[in-house]
Design a binder for this molecule. Structure first.
Ligand code: HEM
Length: 525
């Protein structure tokens, strides 16, 4: 057997000594690398903390060990060093609300290091290369166009009707509800009904979508961890379903979801009649899978794996984000009686079609005050707390700074949404800031601040589900406001204020959620 002496050239005589030398070599290597990154790297002239650029561990420390806090360190570094900084050895971060459109308007790749935190690598939204993304996105765009969402309005009406029926039964009982779980039941059922043609029927579930809420939050929290420790992601992904269900139940839940989508994809593909109809019929497709299969994407883009990734990304990207935005908007409305009164006065003028619980989105989006409330709600919900890094194959000019081609460059939507130069007193819920008298006089609901609603991202990789999110926001908020008063139960602003970067908003760790007791709208609370 080989012993340390055989390979030590007289320097190492025990295994422990060998391990010691290896650790020493790694420390020396990291120190030399840190010196290179600080003093010789192509980005060395860009401002920033030396510790942040010396090693990826700095970011890991804030996001993994301090509980998803790097966004706030980035904010502090901008306050100290200015609008452009290095945030880790290889990337640059800009905070300048007026540069958002310019940056994200370019033809950009995603940063591969960043996307590895997510488990659906072949979905359009996780595709690194701009050109491949453009084709994948092109195949799905018609499904989520405004016209398509308007055609899907009956689904929203149907699910909202069930939600209101259940709330009607509860009102007056003092039962405590987790408001996000209620809205998540709605948004998940709407999204899956529209995209897959089936649902988990959360809207009828006794606990609404509480389980899905916990799975989602866990998944979002794990992205930063997997980015720092990719081996964990690889191990979890390779676990068989039965093992995952026992060891990591949220992962097991997602795997079984993927399995169910996989069965559906196989079923569609193996039925020649269905495939024939998908390829030839011109009518609107009833699932995203049919939509993608009807596109002119080449065969290798239509694999089961890709369709499953696309299906899972849609459900995870679109359900909790929307539910959270509706929850936060509702929370602030119910905390502000003046806002509630103004909304009721405006909404009482909108006609509700017989049999429907609420007026259609197409009528509601014309109401100036409601629109201002929705915009303010989307802003307060926080959008993305994560920075969104992109890579451009040419240099990017920002003021006097030329960012070299190939450098990951990011901005953080949340930091724009709480920038006090654009939104004074950013933590105050103030729908009035969106009301633009000139626009209202012309019958419009636009505002000079609209360009700063960056919650849905911008450019060719912005949110594909924005219309669906807005339709549900308008309709759910209007339905609730016209029926109920919600009493907050042991809930305050700390449960509603984004403080952790869970990709989208995360609140304090010990939050029990936004909990409410339902009353009739005429009942005083
Ligand atoms: C208030 C609700 C929502 C917010 C705040 C939101 C926000 C965002 C943002 C900021 C992005 C860009 C992410 C990036 O650049 O990496 C994005 C992408 C995406 N969103 Fe949403 N989203 C919402 C609702 C939805 C809905 C309802 C769907 C369902 C279809 C959806 C599906 C997606 C998908 C698939 C992408 C990737 C798009 C691509 O890269 O082509 N989102 N979303």
């Amino acid at each position: 057997m080989v012993s340390p002496q055989d390979i030590s050239f007289g320097l190492v005589t025990t295994w422990l000594g060998l391990v010691g030398y290896l650790i020493l070599a790694k420390v020396v290597y990291d120190l030399v690398l840190a010196v290179y990154r600080i003093y010789f790297h192509p980005l060395r002239r860009f401002p920033g903390s030396k510790l942040a650029v010396a090693s990826y561990w700095y970011e890991t420390y804030y996001d993994v060990f301090k509980g998803h806090q790097y966004v706030w360190r980035i904010k502090e570094m901008h306050e100290k060093y200015g609008p452009i900084i290095r945030t880790n050895p290889d990337d640059v971060h800009i905070h300048d609300p007026d540069f958002f459109d310019a940056l994200y308007g370019l033809k950009l790749d995603k940063w591969a290091w960043w996307t590895r935190g997510f488990a659906v690598p072949t979905a359009g939204g996780m595709t690194v290369e701009h050109e491949i993304h453009r084709k994948r996105r092109g195949a799905l765009n018609p499904f989520f166009s405004k016209a398509s969402i308007v055609a899907n309005m009956p689904v929203i009406q149907e699910k909202l009707a069930v939600m209101c029926e259940r709330l009607d039964k509860i009102k007056g009982s003092r039962e405590v509800l987790d408001l996000e779980a209620v809205y998540l039941a709605l948004t998940t059922d709407v999204l899956t009904q529209c995209s897959y043609g089936w649902t988990y029927d959360y809207i009828h579930h006794p606990e609404w979508a509480m389980t899905w809420k916990l799975v989602n939050t866990g998944g979002r929290a794990s992205a930063a961890i997997v980015r720092s420790f990719p081996l964990i992601g690889a191990i979890v992904r390779s676990m068989p379903l039965s093992v995952a269900i026992k060891l990591v139940p949220p992962v097991g839940f997602m795997k079984s979801w993927m399995q169910r989508v996989g069965i559906q994809v196989k079923k569609i593909k193996s039925d020649p009649e269905t495939m024939q109809a998908i390829k030839t019929e011109k009518r609107r497709k009833d699932t995203i899978f049919a939509q993608i299969l009807s596109s002119d994407l080449p065969e290798d883009e239509l694999s089961d794996e890709r369709l499953i990734d696309e299906g899972v990304l849609i459900a995870t990207a679109g359900s909790e984000t929307t539910a959270w935005a509706i929850t936060i908007t509702t929370y602030h409305i119910m905390k502000n009686p003046d806002v509630l009164a103004k909304m009721r006065a405006e909404l009482s003028q909108v006609e509700i079609p017989p049999g429907d619980p609420v007026a259609p989105w197409t009528s509601l989006e014309r109401m100036p005050y409601l629109t201002a409330v929705i915009k303010e709600g989307v802003r307060m919900a926080g959008g993305m707390l994560s920075r969104l890094p992109r890579v451009y194959d040419k240099p990017i000019q920002y003021k006097e700074w030329t960012i070299p081609a190939g450098t990951p460059v990011a901005m953080t939507p949340h930091l724009v949404l709480i920038d006090e130069n654009i939104f004074p007193k950013p933590r105050k819920f103030d729908p009035e800031r969106w009301l633009d008298e000139d626009a209202i006089a012309e019958g419009k609901t636009t505002s000079r601040l609209d360009k700063y609603i960056v919650a849905f991202g911008k450019g060719s990789r912005n949110c594909i589900g924005m219309h669906l999110a807005y339709a549900q926001l308008y309709m759910s908020v209007a339905a609730i406001v016209m029926r109920y008063n919600l009493e907050m139960y042991q809930t305050d602003d700390s449960d509603a204020t984004p403080t952790r970067d869970l990709f989208t908003a995360g609140v304090k760790l010990d939050s029990q959620g936004i909990r409410v007791i339902v009353h009739d709208k005429d009942e005083k609370i």
